[in-house]
Design a protein around this ligand. Structure first.
Ligand SMILES: C[S@@+](CC[C@H](N)C(=O)[O-])C[C@H]1O[C@@H](n2cnc3c(N)ncnc32)[C@H](O)[C@@H]1O
Length: 162
């Protein structure tokens, strides 16, 4: 039997200093239990990429849709289209704050999303990503609610953070 670590293996990093709290104004959310330094990898999440039609015809009409991320897929002509991906792990639990303290990066080859702190985090703080300016719910932090359709590719380019 070969080693469990080879060129096909993906190193996983989940910061241990986080909990999910279930009774927040945003529903469940991820909170730091200790100070976490800036640029720390806090989770690496595998994803399931949905087909464009599968998403449009089915997932879009379910509550799962609110947990998915825009994901670029190539069509048969080599053009990029926007579909959605289900994120396994804490990536599906990060709430939105326009002043996000967590950034994320897609790895479209290895089908992963990696999350990092963008600044020093203090124990007790909620860890949030930004969903962008157009929300499908009323923002518990700012009260903002803007829902309109925008070009998915525009969103793809805007949301991802290095
Ligand atoms: C990816 S889920 C995040 C986890 C979710 N809070 C839960 O309990 O399962 C996204 C959903 O969380 C809620 N949410 C996220 N950020 C929020 C915010 N700033 N204000 C109010 N609700 C928020 C919305 O219901 C949104 O559709």
């Amino acid at each position: 039997m070969g080693s469990a670590v080879d060129n096909n293996s993906i190193a996983l990093h989940r910061c241990a200093d986080m909990v999910i709290l279930s009774n927040t104004p945003k529903g469940r959310g991820v909170f730091a239990t200790k100070d976490i330094p800036a640029r720390a990898v806090i989770d690496v999440c595998p994803v399931l990429v949905l087909g464009v039609e599968e998403n449009e015809e089915h997932i879009r009409h379910t509550s799962l849709y609110h947990y998915t991320y825009n994901w670029p897929v190539k069509d048969e002509n080599g053009s990029t289209r926007v579909s959605q991906a289900v994120i396994f792990g804490l990536g599906s639990m990060f709430n939105h704050n326009i002043d996000q303290n967590v950034g994320w990066v897609r790895d479209t080859e290895r089908l992963l999303v990696t999350y990092r702190t963008l600044r020093n985090i203090t124990a007790g703080e909620e860890l949030c990503i930004s969903y962008g300016p157009r929300l499908t719910f009323k923002d518990a932090d700012s009260g903002a609610y803007v829902h309109d359709e925008e070009d998915g590719l525009e969103q793809l380019n805007r949301i991802q953070l290095a």
